[in-house]
Write a protein that binds this ligand. Structure first.
Ligand SMILES: [Zn+2]
Length: 430
């Protein structure tokens, strides 16, 4: 894309990336060597310092701030060329990686192994590869003597794998752009995503009863009104199953398989001891919703449905369930939220991204909905037009022997460089 005058410049940047692909692989190798597993987290300081140094070497103004002790966010901002007035572009990637199984790795997970055109190691795909590709695209642009006319912002955030608000911390500090790219592994397809919220449904009895009086609470003539909170929770689980089925039949969104709006009873905790009737039961659920829904709306639907189910039960009517939704961290609060990302035809940046992709891959990409969730939702919720687009296949994320094709990694950097030029505009440096 772009004007005739841009084309030779873009071609030069593209050739630079291809010629320097080993440098990109080396960057991924360096990043993977930091074992930034989350949970437990609190271990990204060294990796983030490495990225801060890299960003500084590109001339970015770098801000580093702790979200949790030992878990700082890093944001690099390269101000647009003074005469420019180009549009700003933000890349956001998470530096933490999913936990690693102790057995089954053919190679050391925190040392990249290259074999048959693929890189192996924890995080190569999700998503140190994509994050490195974004920085490398900016590096290539600058190395070729060009500078973006609009601001380029690169965020390396913590805690995504644990639902922590690393990206929210960047939003709260005021970072915005005209377009955001999240290089999660979408197989180089521009994607939106559905949203997720977790919640706790709790049944708390107003009385604590001995196991020995159970007969009086369940049999004719017992005369004691009481209940077992675990058993009552089964009524609410059945009600959630009904609602989930209703959603599957009545809700739909292009790009999703029918019934993607699931309500998963993920964890249950209840009872205190065999000598008691269970007086408390808490259910942790995971709720998926479509891009045209908000978590507030979905939560209201669930609460309404469960209140009605409870009202139909003599005991639950007097001991209704309570709710606690979301959270800033699975580690600290046992809760998380990922807002959705709508991505319709004609979304800002989609055409230019598609053209940059086509220039590298020979055909336009297929727009899709990513079946997973990412921090892209927080950027979209902050009002930034956001596209998830990155190298690697989602099926590789979190797996033992996680890998990425070197071609895809390099092509991602080429597409990002093309997008920087097309979206921000380029000014040749004096
Ligand atoms: Zn990820």
């Amino acid at each position: 894309m772009g004007h005739g005058v841009d084309k030779p410049l873009v071609g030069q940047i593209d050739r630079w990336i291809v010629a320097h692909r080993d440098d990109l692989i080396g960057r991924v190798r360096d990043l993977v060597a930091f074992p930034t597993i989350s949970p437990p987290g609190r271990n990204t300081g060294d990796a983030q310092r490495y990225l801060a140094d890299w960003l500084r070497s590109l001339g970015c103004a770098v801000e580093q701030f702790e979200v949790y002790p030992g878990d700082p966010d890093v944001v690099g901002r390269l101000p647009g060329d003074a005469g420019g007035g180009g549009r700003s572009l933000l890349f956001n990637g998470h530096i933490d990686v999913a936990e690693v199984a102790t057995e089954g790795w053919r190679d050391e997970p925190f040392a990249v192994t290259e074999r048959d055109g693929r890189l192996y190691g924890r995080g190569v795909c999700d998503m140190k590869g994509g994050l490195a590709a974004a920085l490398f695209a900016l590096q290539a642009t600058l190395a070729c003597g060009d500078s973006p006319r609009g601001d380029v912002i690169i965020e390396s955030v913590i805690g995504e794998e644990s639902g922590e608000w690393g990206t929210v911390a960047c939003v709260e500090r005021g970072y915005r752009a005209d377009l955001a790219i999240v290089p999660e592994p979408t197989g180089l397809r521009p994607c939106g995503q559905g949203g997720v919220i977790t919640g706790w449904v709790t049944i708390q009895s107003s009385q604590t009863l001995h196991d020995a009086v159970r007969a009086r609470t369940i049999h004719a003539g017992g005369g004691l009104v009481g209940a077992n909170a675990i058993e009552k929770m089964t009524r609410l689980i059945a009600a959630l199953n009904d609602l989930e089925r209703d959603w599957a039949v009545t809700k739909a969104y292009p790009g999703f398989a029918p019934g993607a709006t699931t309500i998963n009873p993920a964890v249950i905790e209840g009872g205190r001891h065999p000598a008691f009737m269970a007086d408390r039961c808490a259910l942790w659920i995971t709720v998926h919703f479509y891009p045209d829904e908000t978590w507030e709306g979905v939560v209201a639907e669930i609460e309404e449905h469960l209140r009605r189910a409870a009202a139909a039960d003599r005991w639950l009517r007097d001991n209704p369930p309570t709710f606690r939704w979301g959270g800033r961290s699975m580690i600290e609060e046992r809760g998380e939220i990922f807002p959705a990302v709508p991505l319709g035809a004609g979304a800002p940046g989609l055409d230019l991204l598609g053209a940059a992709h086509a220039a590298v891959r020979g055909a336009p990409p297929e727009r899709a909905m990513w079946p997973s969730v990412s921090d892209a939702g927080w950027l979209a919720r902050a009002g930034i037009p956001t596209i998830i687009y990155g190298p690697g296949e989602l099926a590789e994320a979190h797996t033992t022997n996680e890998s990425i094709a070197v071609t895809d990694l390099v092509d991602a950097a080429r597409v990002y460089a093309g997008l920087i030029g097309a979206w921000c505009g380029l000014a040749g440096q004096p």
